[in-house]
Design a protein around this ligand. Structure first.
Ligand code: HEM
Length: 419
């Protein structure tokens, strides 16, 4: 019902199979895109050498037939595969365009726009690359006979072709797989009968202790990120591919009635694992509960609707899962059961520590890199000052540090105080 697998969590238990029949055109062109397309802003030698092939690829895309997605049927796996393939094609198309062809508006050609919007509407997802596309649906088994694990998965679509991008996906996958343990704990706590009996309280305390260990593991995963993900390559060569439509040259979907789509682009902020923790502990990112200490002026400047917005980029079933966890009101239960307070607070403190480390990572990978020189093999990038400015912001245009600190402070405010 919520599409949460007991062994693989928010990952599907099997990789999504490539589309067949007439839709194999999209699959074939996606493979081709990986070998001929570079970022449009890239002025390096390799990009220059591939320039003509890239232009041919984009011209071909404009002349594809407009395929009717009703032929895909209503099976969720085929529709998700179509979303994954089409959004990868979309981001390849848009971000490989030379900046001179992105003045004013960015037109998404009809053969891409029409099926993508139709598939997205069926899935209730935005027509843009999401965390689910790049992390949950973008892998294949190394050995199909063995179960899913970090060692037994291979990421397939890597826009920049860099190890940094591949390792970022693996890092996110490591967090998702940790999530499997976490979801089991959450399920146990929210489903415990008569939670205020002595034996239930003892069981819940053990579960909170277990959860602290899982969150600490997540903190280690993210804290060690610079061992495999290179900040400079991440910022200049990988991250631009995930960007959605920004103010400078908004995307226009040809052949589709005008609509205000969510077009923010992919972010680990869309990982349902982290949202499940927030929902379980009842972190108030939206500042709706009047908790203490009162939010700082900087907290108030942050986009307090960011986390809610990020949910719109998640598969519908995962969104529903989070909503039902939230409705269990575990924080209220703890408030009524003082014996649980210390353990609950230990868990919140662990999540706050995760966010402290995450701020450090965000500073190293985004804020510091915005002032850095791009990798030498990309030449002198072709970016306007306006675009340069927006690249140092988070998904949705918020200054990264303001946003991440607001999340950290909202977590701190979740701690239950002595009455
Ligand atoms: C190199 C590693 C990472 C970097 C540089 C990074 C950077 C960022 C940035 C800049 C944001 C602000 C929103 C945006 O721009 O999308 C963000 C948000 C977020 N990221 Fe990460 N991130 C990394 C890894 C991860 C991982 C592995 C996870 C999941 C476990 C994660 C979970 C989140 C969450 C949940 C948010 C929403 C804000 C919050 O909860 O405080 N990030 N991240």
């Amino acid at each position: 019902m919520y599409d949460v697998d007991p062994d693989t969590g928010f990952f599907p238990s099997q990789p999504l199979r490539p589309l067949s029949g007439e839709f194999s055109l999209w699959e074939k062109e996606l493979v081709e895109a990986r070998s001929v397309l570079k970022l449009g802003i890239d002025r390096g030698q390799e990009a220059f050498a591939k320039c003509a092939l890239g232009e041919q690829w984009r011209q071909r895309l404009r002349s594809w037939p407009v395929l009717d997605v009703t032929e895909l049927g209503d099976g969720i796996r085929a529709l998700r595969r179509a979303h994954y393939v089409l959004t990868c094609l979309l981001h390849f198309y848009v971000h490989s365009l030379p900046p001179s062809q992105r003045q004013g508006q960015t037109i998404i050609p009809k053969p891409l726009a029409v099926p993508l919007v139709a598939v997205s509407q069926k899935l209730k997802l935005p027509p843009v690359l999401t965390f689910a596309d790049i992390v949950l649906w973008n892998w294949e088994f190394v050995d199909p006979e063995q179960p899913l694990s970090l060692k037994n998965m291979r990421y397939v679509n890597v826009f920049s072709g860099t190890d940094t991008e591949r390792n970022f996906y693996l890092l996110s996958a490591a967090a998702e797989l940790k999530g499997v343990e976490m979801l089991k704990i959450i399920e146990r706590v929210v489903n415990i009968p008569c939670p205020t009996t002595q034996s239930a309280i003892a069981a819940i305390k053990r579960d909170f202790e277990e959860l602290v260990r899982v969150i600490d593991d997540l903190t280690t995963i993210i804290g060690d990120s610079s061992q495999t993900v290179h900040p400079n390559t991440f910022y200049w060569a990988a991250r631009p591919w995930w960007n959605g439509s920004n103010g400078a040259a908004p995307w226009v979907f040809e052949g589709v009635p005008p609509s205000s789509f969510d077009l923010g682009g992919a972010s680990a902020g869309q990982s349902s694992v982290m949202h499940a923790l927030d929902a379980f502990l009842d972190v108030d990112h939206g500042l709706k509960q009047g908790r203490q200490p009162a939010p700082s002026a900087e907290n108030r400047r942050a986009d307090t609707g960011f986390m809610e917005k990020m949910r719109r980029y998640m598969p519908e079933e995962h969104r529903d899962y989070l909503a039902q966890v939230q409705k269990r009101h575990v924080r209220d239960l703890v408030q009524r059961t003082p014996a649980l307070r210390e353990h609950y607070n230990m868990t919140v403190a662990a999540l706050k520590k995760f966010r402290d480390i995450h701020i450090r990572v965000g500073t190293l990978f985004i804020i510091s890199q915005a002032k850095s020189t791009p990798p030498a093999n990309m030449g002198t990038l072709d970016i306007s000052p306006e675009e340069g400015e927006s690249r140092s912001k988070g998904t949705g245009g918020n200054p990264v540090s303001t946003l991440l600190k607001a999340g950290r402070d909202a977590t701190q405010r979740t701690l239950l105080k002595d009455e």
